[in-house]
Every structure is written in structure tokens, then in C-alpha cells.
Design a protein around this ligand. Structure first.
Ligand SMILES: C[S@@+](CC[C@H](N)C(=O)[O-])C[C@H]1O[C@@H](n2cnc3c(N)ncnc32)[C@H](O)[C@@H]1O
Length: 292
């Protein structure tokens, strides 16, 4: 029998000390990964840690042009990572982008206090003095007036919508989102069925389709909200599916030009599907470039 990995992609496996270097980004240190307990003391990378490191490193790679742009253009750049969990992403971004510079801050916002406390302790031990932490719901966090880069890696369900709302309010120059599980819109689709056109209904009448379509629709709405509010949006894949099942990356760059076509499409999509994500700032009024 063939190894599962040959048909189904790379199997989840530990990586020995000698191979760990191949997993690293340029200038990424094994010492930091040991402090984060992603690499063991004897230099091994276990399967789960390897998966996490792949996700974060792919994310960092795709985010690099945005970070370089923000760090170059602004005197006091602020990177905010929301739903930051153990702050693996924040630590890695700090080591690669902020530590070599004398300015720039990185704020992590996370609702679980024990995760914030542990990450804060690590940052202090590492001397990462421009890394800040706040225990808060994303929507209720205290943010400086201007955010330059906002990231949300696998922020659960509507937490990604909260992240978009904060980013728009603080006119983030760059936004990078990898959405996680999504439930709200699937439930709204179920509730909206009687009001929706029957052909449209067939897209989500089976629960499985409703979950998949709900997830897709949520991300389409997110992209349109960003475009409507003056962002150029790119949607792409984060990493191979064997490293993450939640794999859609939404990158947005602020142009400051609200897009009326996106706004109209958004309004039409919301009305034809009967959904209305509760945490997203859905556009109102007649601003924008208009159809054409
Ligand atoms: C799946 S984890 C991802 C953590 C981290 N971004 C990573 O990729 O390793 C999602 C994190 O978001 C946090 N979270 C979920 N909803 C949140 C909200 N509304 N406000 C703040 N944090 C939230 C959870 O407590 C959890 O730590």
C-alpha cells in the first residue's frame, strides 16, 4: 500500500533538528521558536507546531510587501494583530520587521486573559519592548487613532468582521485576514429561506451546502465591504490545505477611493440572499464612484 502522503499530500510529521532550518524564513531564529515552544529544547518541530509555523510563515511571506510599505512610509508604524491567541504571529513579525528598526509598535488584542498574560511575559523576557498586549474583544479594544497594518489570522466567526470594522474605523493602510469558522451567515440563510427566490434557495437548501455557501458568501461580503470603503482587495490561498483547512487570505490595501459599484453589488447581494452580518459595517448613503 502506498504511503498516504503520496496521494493525499504531505503527511503530518515531526521534523528533526537538522531539517528545521528549511522551515525558517530568512533571519528567523530557532531561539525565538524555542521560546514560543514551537520548537522543542532539542530542536525538533512536532507535527502540530510545524503546521502552525507553516501557516504563520506563509502569512508573513504574503504580508511582507504590505509591511515593507507601511514601515517605509510612516514614521511610527503601528501593526495590530487581533484575535492574537498566543501571539505567534506577533512575535515572528516583531523579530523580522520591528526588532531590526528603532521605531514601530505591534499591538496584540486577544479576549482570553491567560493568553495575553503568557505572551506579555514572553515579550518581556525577550526584551521585545515595543510589543503591546491588550485583553479585549476586538470591537471593544482601545486603539490609537491610526492603524497602519491590521492582521487577523483565524479569528473565529464574526471576530473577523469585528477586525474589518476596527480596520475601517482606524483607516488601516493594509489589512490581512484569514477567516476561520463561520456560523452567523449560514444561520441567517436558513432563516431567510421563505423570502428568497427559489433558484437562489437551491444554493443552500441542504445543510452542508448552507455551511459551505454561507462561508463563501461571508467572505464575498467582506471583500465587497472593503472595496466599498476604499480598499483594493486580493483574495488568495494562504498555504497548502494539508497545513490549514481555513485557507482563504483576504488582503486589502487602502486607496481611499470608496467604490460605488462594489457598494451596489453588496446591497444587491444582501437583499437577494436575505443576510446581514451583524458585526460588519455595511455601507449606508450615496457616497462612492457610482455604477459605470
Ligand atoms: C483560532 S485562534 C487563532 C490565534 C492566532 N491568531 C493564531 O493564528 O495562532 C482565535 C483566537 O481569537 C480569539 N478571539 C475570538 N474571538 C475574539 C474576539 N471577538 N475578540 C478578541 N479575541 C477573539 C480567541 O480567544 C483565540 O485565541
Amino acid at each position: 500500500m502506498k504511503a498516504r502522503g503520496s496521494t493525499w499530500g504531505e503527511p503530518r510529521q515531526s521534523v528533526g533538528a537538522k531539517q528545521v532550518r528549511r522551515e525558517l524564513l530568512e533571519n528567523q531564529s530557532i531561539e525565538l521558536l524555542k521560546t514560543l515552544h514551537l520548537v522543542t529544547r532539542d530542536g525538533q518541530l512536532n507535527a502540530d507546531a510545524r503546521r502552525k509555523l507553516k501557516q504563520v510563515n506563509h502569512f508573513v511571506g504574503l504580508l511582507t510587501p504590505a509591511l515593507d510599505d507601511a514601515l517605509e512610509r510612516f514614521e511610527k508604524p503601528l501593526v495590530v494583530d487581533v484575535g492574537s491567541g498566543n501571539a505567534y504571529l506577533g512575535f515572528i513579525l516583531y523579530e523580522l520587521f520591528l526588532k531590526p528598526r528603532e521605531n514601530g509598535e505591534l499591538l496584540n488584542v486577544e479576549s482570553r486573559d491567560e493568553l495575553t498574560a503568557k505572551a506579555k511575559e514572553r515579550a518581556s523576557a525577550l526584551g521585545f519592548s515595543r510589543m503591546q498586549f491588550e485583553t479585549a474583544q476586538i470591537a471593544k479594544g482601545k486603539y490609537p487613532e491610526k492603524i497602519h497594518v491590521l492582521t487577523a489570522l483565524h479569528a473565529c466567526d464574526t471576530a473577523t468582521d469585528e477586525a474589518i470594522s476596527v480596520a475601517l474605523e482606524h483607516k488601516a493602510e493594509h489589512i490581512a485576514l484569514v477567516p476561520c469558522c463561520q456560523a452567523e451567515v449560514a444561520q441567517q440563510l436558513k432563516d431567510a429561506r421563505p423570502k428568497v427566490d427559489s433558484a437562489m434557495q437551491s444554493l443552500f437548501s441542504h445543510p452542508w451546502h448552507r455551511r459551505e455557501f454561507g462561508s463563501h458568501l461571508t467572505n464575498v461580503i467582506r471583500a465587497l465591504v472593503l472595496e466599498a470603503n476604499g480598499y483594493q482587495v486580493t483574495v488568495t490561498e494562504l498555504a497548502g490545505w494539508e497545513h490549514s483547512l481555513k485557507n482563504e487570505l483576504i488582503l486589502a490595501r487602502r486607496t481611499g477611493q470608496p467604490n460605488g459599484i462594489a457598494k451596489k453589488r453588496l446591497e444587491s447581494l444582501l437583499s437577494s440572499t436575505g443576510v446581514s452580518p451583524s458585526k460588519l459595517p455595511l455601507p449606508r448613503g450615496g457616497e462612492g464612484r457610482g455604477e459605470g
